[in-house]
Design a protein. Structure first.
Length: 324
């Protein structure tokens, strides 16, 4: 029997995190998304296609390869279907890639999710992954649509605020991002400090899948960018967008679809993926910088100041075809 207080707290933390993170993401976008897409449609299309082609397939394949239980498999596949978020943009910045392109890809993949996640659920969430009634497993398509609307509406509001009133938009971005960070920390503490009757319920096989998912996404995204003829900076951006998912959306779908021990196990898996994202995102950013960034060039032999090789990629002037 579910504890009503515990269930209510799960709703508040997970939905609150999703709403405020997406609001902060929208408020961080100070460019015209439509205009930016028109400048380099191939790069944006490549990033969105990589996100929805490779990660769902990788998640589904790993869940079958490691023979995960129903709850863990559902959690893994739901994560793989979700778009990127502010975390992917953060690690795009740390990897000296194209932050503007990352924001545009994230925005587009978030809105495309309204179509793609229901479609991907239809494709992947069926036997042998799931049989209706097994362990009470039943993904609600209505819950998916509601959750995606809850995620996309704050993003639109934040973006419009930033475009119409940059000063207010910047304040909203800082406030929403800080509050979202506190709420995700709350989810992390909640998942392990107040486990449900079934305990943490995460198997060693599921832990192995969590370790492999991000690296698979990074490598597949980077390789796909190269195959599409993208430059190295754009490939870095695509790799981050592919390998990092917005787990808050997956968690919100799970809350609407599952209950009791199954929900508890699902939330723990998603929290662990969030932790893995931070660890492997930082490691991948470091690898990319060490492997591809040229040594900092001296402006003057007598001056200790150096030129940041990513200065162009991190600029706020947007991007166009010659950049990709």
């Amino acid at each position: 029997m579910a504890n009503p207080i515990r269930t209510a707290l799960q709703y508040v933390l997970v939905y609150g995190y999703t709403i405020f993170v997406m609001l902060g993401m929208g408020a961080s976008i100070d460019v015209d998304i439509v205009a930016e897409v028109k400048k380099a449609p191939k790069a944006v299309l490549c990033g969105v296609a990589s996100q929805y082609c490779f990660m769902p397939f990788a998640a589904w394949s790993l869940s079958l390869l490691f023979d995960l239980g129903t709850s863990e498999a559902l959690a893994v596949v739901l994560i793989g279907m979700c778009p990127g978020g502010v975390t992917s943009t953060l690690f795009t910045y740390l990897s000296h890639a194209n932050v503007t392109l990352s924001l545009v890809m994230t925005t587009c993949s978030t809105f495309v999710a309204l179509l793609m996640i229901p479609l991907l659920l239809f494709i992947y969430v069926r036997p042998p992954l799931i049989s209706k009634g097994e362990d009470g497993a039943d993904v609600s398509f209505a819950a998916v649509i509601v959750t995606l609307l809850v995620a996309t509406v704050p993003a639109i509001v934040g973006w419009r605020l930033r475009r119409s009133n940059p000063e207010l938009g910047e304040k909203v971005e800082k406030f929403a991002t800080k509050l979202g960070s506190l709420l995700i920390f709350g989810v992390l503490v909640f998942a392990f400090a107040w486990p449900g009757p079934g305990g943490y319920g995460m198997t060693a096989k599921c832990f192995a899948v969590m370790v492999l998912m991000c690296p698979c996404g990074f490598l597949l995204g980077y390789g796909f960018g190269l195959a599409c003829g993208m430059d190295q900076i754009t490939c870095r951006t695509i790799s981050m967008e592919t390998g990092i998912q917005q787990v808050g959306i997956a968690g919100a779908i799970a809350i609407q679809s599952f209950e009791d021990d199954q929900l508890d196990r699902t939330i723990v898996v998603m929290v662990m993926f969030g932790v893995a994202t931070v660890i492997f995102g930082a490691l991948w950013a470091l690898i990319l910088r060490k492997a591809f960034d040229p040594p900092a060039a001296k402006l003057d032999p007598s001056d200790d100041k150096t030129v940041d090789p990513s200065a162009i990629a991190l600029g706020d002037k947007g991007f166009d075809d010659h950049d990709v």
